[in-house]
Design a binder for this molecule. Sequence first.
Ligand code: HMH
Length: 220
Amino acid sequence: GVETGTTAAWMEKHRQMYERATRHPFTVSIRDGTVDMSAFKRWLSQDYLFVREFVAFIASVLLKCCKQEDSSDMEIILGGVASISDEISWFKNEATRWGADLASVSPLKANLEYHRFLQSFTEPEVSYVVAVTAFWIIETVYQDSFGFCIQDGNKTPPELLGTCQRWGNAGFRQYCQSLHSIVDRCLANAPADAVKSAEEAFIRVLELEIGFWEMSSSQS
Ligand code: HMH
């Protein structure tokens, strides 16, 4: 039959959770044009803090990649490092536009929980395959969520199209596909215990992403 990667099997097995992360009422409300703008601003400020933590995470993935015998994935991951720099500037501009004060924002519970998860990857004991799996699914949840907001039939408010395009554009989709290929190749060569840890990280990211949308859309 057709050869499918390990990630395709996970996507099947955890489909419901993947749907909850990528078709969350918050992002669907952006697509429907019914989004509560105070929720959007909360998401924006909280995601700025997330992205600042994400820098150290990507750096740790890059470091693990460079320590591999075959470091040919380096260019793709460096692309992620480069785009995060642009992303931080984008958040600052966007916050100004929406009147959100980034200097005074503190991370909410779900965000702190995500920070702790990201920080755990800086341990040298965490293998490259597990880290790059987490990296791929973190980026993919945003690509799929915001990509949906710019697909046919959307009623996304024009002032939010820039946000959706940031993660929904073709270049970002291509970058996620490159990460996907890396993950499937690494998993194909990984020992069973590493594959198991990678699947656990995959599930944990989905849970944390759901929690992040929940935090953004509901005042708690
Ligand atoms: C919470 N997940 C979260 N924020 C992001 N910016 C991304 C994923 C994608 O970079």
